[in-house]
Design a protein around this ligand. Structure first.
Ligand code: ROI
Length: 163
């Protein structure tokens, strides 16, 4: 039986909207996996280092027969392909982040992978797009996404529209 997984997409370099669009096309190509939905695009203020461009973020839903670590490898392969400035010979700064947010209701804690993603419940740029595509979602700690989102303002988020 396939598992429903959620992936967070983020980019702030090299035409971020295009990066996200290309990444969604790449997610469609993952073996034994179906892209079943994705949110619209959101512009978000950078978390962490403030002195960098705003991000474009989105969340995708995938039904997959891959295990979580195999899925992680697929996501890292897509990041590698897109993680450079197009046309430049040298590897540039990372232009795409793909985070495995949730993998069914599994809790995973290995050296490579922590699921649910540790930043999930603090990041409005993850919570809002996730809520858009999975409004009834309950996290594996029993918490409803709809309740979690109430305590997160969306003031640092701007809806950009469809992909
Ligand atoms: N900030 C925002 N707004 N969106 C991101 O995707 C994002 N990703 C990151 C850091 C640098 C933590 N900040 C971010 O990796």
């Amino acid at each position: 039986m396939p598992v429903r997984a959620y992936v967070g997409l983020g980019s702030n370099q090299g035409n971020p909207r295009l990066q996200i669009r290309d990444a969604l096309s790449a997610l469609k190509q993952i073996q034994q996996t179906e892209l079943v939905g994705h949110s619209r695009l959101y512009r978000s203020k950078p978390m962490g280092l403030v002195d960098q461009p705003d991000f474009v973020n989105a969340v995708a839903a995938l039904d997959t027969c891959l295990d979580a670590h195999a899925m992680l490898l697929e996501l890292q392969a897509i990041e590698l392909v897109q993680g450079r400035i197009r046309g430049s010979l040298r590897w540039g700064p990372r232009t795409l982040d793909l985070d495995l947010l949730l993998y069914g209701d599994k809790r995973i804690d290995t050296e490579q992978l922590t699921v649910p993603h540790p930043g999930l419940s603090q990041r409005s740029f993850v919570l809002y797009p996730l809520y858009e595509i999975a409004p009834g979602l309950r996290l594996n700690n029993g918490e409803l996404l709809a309740d979690l989102i109430k305590s997160h303002s969306s003031t640092d988020l701007e809806l950009l529209g469809s992909v």
